[in-house]
Write a protein that binds this ligand. Structure first.
Ligand code: GCV
Length: 647
């Protein structure tokens, strides 16, 4: 592991456990992993006992992943009903450190809120001419493939699995949802590579999933059609899937992006997405697998002159009518917002519209639209808002509950970079994702504190404080200097980094802000706009419909308003734009200052990487500030009330 930063599990993080006498009771692969982790000889007078309950066959309250923790008579005990629970219990003790060995503790029950906690890689085998090897990857190449082949040394995959398991992640989709020609073969003649990766993930309780091309029966099977009603196509999936399970008995299932951004799908045959998904679900069902079918389906060849088409509406329009038609092992995977992982979006209305369908909610840890792992942007506060949101209003189920049967998914932000995630602080997003998927009500700042403690076990109070000062509010800082009030995009087309206010304005992608000399924003009301607000149940349908009740931070997502419109905060829209952009760029500079006071407290490799990233963030934030402010000043002609410099 030379040259690779150990992320949040350096040897020092295990000090408290490693200095104790330990006993591990139970059998099986994951129990052996725990044994290897504690690296201690079995002791007859242990201070830490990790045991599988006497009859692991009968899973009771704890289920597959849960465990109990108790401390009495000088002994800390973890008990689980299944091996994965023991592993999660072990990492819980690591997180607690010395606190696990202090005062007595009555029995605590720990169980994950979401059953599947999954990371989706957008890794390609080959280097894609435009996207590189990892689509929207900002952390180097793939952890799995190198120069067109499976890596000869997969030991880093095992270390990765360990990191993931330590924060509760139990599923990984290893390849890009845009399944190109080479990658399609992972399903058949290159399946051995999938099996080899699975072998490195398995000891940490992680199941391997594969993104597959809907047209595989044609592309790989030589059939004339991939029509879900065609018996030969259906049989091809059955036979192929059986072979997958013969090779990888604990294979998790498929991930599918169909009829989206050029990927093939059931529309080609006039079939619904339920029919498409069910064909794959039927092939997987006898083996206990699931298909994650993505709801990210929209027209990416829109005409900007056409004001009746609204990309935000697309997922609901396609999928809500299909509720109840999906098989039990077909999970509809919905992006958390209706557009595409913008810094601020409302929660997708699809999540409330599918009571008869298993749902998974997809988040984006890779920072495609949030600074590409060059900017500090701790995303857990945003994710926490999403997970706690109640689509049916107060007292109704939260998003995390509605996704309970399907799971929570994050697009991965890790690669072969020595710091795993490009920006060393972006690791916190991966860690926080796992922790929120386990406990969606957990406080994001407490999770951050946990991550700091594990990553920098010897952190001084000064370092800890500086990291909080830099990260706690960094998502809102990023929001302040980029696209205002939920309007989204305004990024450079294709690359999605840096400002280009009109970059997408006349493009076919359906992402417009409609700024003119009088005002800005998208009218998505039922009264005068695209009708998107009507996709929400009450109270949100009305809350979003009215400019008087729409939350400020989403105003321009739902409404086109004049620059002089007074926000609920009391500021006008134009003044808000100026104020937040000056403030956001200043805050970026403060983030850099906070680091320069503590950088010497960590290794010089981390410090060097941090300084390079922070310089870029400060530069980029100033560029955003100046382009956005200048653009709106020139459009509106309204001067800044505080007389600051606008170009
Ligand atoms: C993998 C956005 C990204 C694409 C990504 C797509 C998706 O459009 O820019 O790179 O494709 O989302 O989620 O499928």
């Amino acid at each position: 592991m030379t040259g690779v930063h150990p992320a949040w599990l350096p040897a020092e993080a295990f000090r408290a456990v490693n200095s104790r006498r330990v006993a591990v009771h139970g059998e099986g692969l994951l129990v052996d992993t725990v044994r290897a982790e504690v690296a201690a000889a079995e002791s007859s007078s242990p201070e830490l006992v990790l045991s599988l309950a006497a009859s692991p066959g009968s899973r009771g309250v704890l289920g597959d992943d849960g465990f109990t923790l108790e401390r009495a008579d000088g002994v800390t005990r973890i008990v689980a009903e299944a091996p994965a629970g023991l592993l999660y219990g072990f990492f819980h003790v690591v997180r607690l450190g010395e606190a696990a060995f202090g005062a007595d503790r009555p029995v605590e029950v720990h169980r994950p809120a979401l059953r599947r906690r999954m990371v989706d890689h957008w890794d390609n085998v080959d280097i894609h001419p435009i996207m590189g090897q990892v689509e929207r990857g900002y952390a180097g190449g793939s952890l799995f493939w190198e120069r067109g082949a499976l890596r000869a040394d997969l030991s880093r995959v095992r270390d990765y699995a360990r990191l993931l398991a330590s924060c509760g992640i139990n599923a990984v989709a290893i390849n890009n949802v845009n399944v190109h020609r080479t990658e399609a073969h992972l399903l058949t003649d290159r399946l051995g590579e999938v099996a080899a990766i699975a072998a490195h993930l398995r000891p940490y309780g992680i199941r391997t999933h594969l993104s597959v091309n809907f047209a595989s029966p044609i592309v790989l099977g030589g059939l004339a059609t991939a029509d879900p009603r065609d018996p030969a196509a259906r049989q091809w999936w059955e036979v192929t899937t059986r072979r997958v399970y013969e090779t990888i008995p604990d294979f998790g299932g498929y991930v599918v992006k169909a009829d989206s951004e050029g990927q093939s799908g059931p529309f080609a045959y006039g079939r619904s997405h339920a029919e498409g998904a069910n064909m794959l679900a039927d092939a997987l069902a006898p083996h206990g697998g699931v298909v994650h079918w993505r709801a990210f389906v929209y027209n990416h060849r829109q005409d900007w002159r056409d004001r009746s088409t609204d990309r935000a509406r697309a997922a609901y329009d396609h999928f809500a009518p299909l509720d109840g038609q999906f098989r039990d092992n077909a999970i509809l995977q919905v992006k958390h917002g209706p557009m595409d992982f913008q810094t601020r979006e409302p929660v997708s209305p699809v999540i409330a519209a599918m009571p008869g369908t298993r749902l998974a909610v997809e988040l984006q840890a890779t920072q495609e639209y949030t600074g590409q792992q060059r900017h500090v942007c701790y995303l857990a506060p945003m994710w926490s808002e999403v997970l706690r949101f109640q689509p049916h209003g107060d007292g109704g189920p939260a998003v995390a509950t509605l996704a309970g049967s399907g799971g929570l998914v994050a697009v991965s932000n890790a690669g072969d970079d020595p710091f795993w995630t490009g920006h060393p602080l972006a690791q916190a997003n991966l860690y926080a994702f796992g922790r929120l998927a386990w406990a969606p009500d957990a406080d994001p700042l407490t999770i951050l504190d946990e991550w700091i403690g594990l990553t920098f076990p010897d952190a001084t109070p000064q370092l800890r404080q500086a990291l909080h000062a830099m990260m706690d509010d960094s998502w809102r800082t990023y929001e302040r200097y980029t696209a205002p009030l939920g309007v989204g995009f305004m990024v450079r087309p294709g690359r999605h980094y840096g400002p280009d206010v009109d970059g997408y304005e006349y493009s076919p992608w359906g992402t417009y802000h409609f700024a003119d000399r009088d005002g800005v924003g998208v009218d998505r009301t039922r009264a005068t706009g695209t009708g998107y607000t009507g996709q929400y149940p009450q109270p949100w349908a009305d809350t979003y419909e009215s400019v008087d009740t729409c939350p400020d931070e989403l105003l321009l997502f739902f409404h086109h308003v004049p620059y002089g419109h007074v926000l609920r905060s009391g500021s006008t829209v134009i003044q808000h734009i100026y104020d937040t952009h000056f403030a956001g760029a200043d805050e970026a500079a403060q983030i850099r200052d906070a680091w320069s006071a503590v950088g010497h407290l960590v290794g010089s490799d981390v410090d060097d990487r941090m300084r390079e990233r922070l310089d870029e963030q400060v530069r980029s934030a100033a560029e955003w500030r100046d382009q956005i402010n200048t653009y709106f000043y020139r459009k509106s002609g309204v001067p800044d009330a505080k007389g600051r410099r606008i170009y």
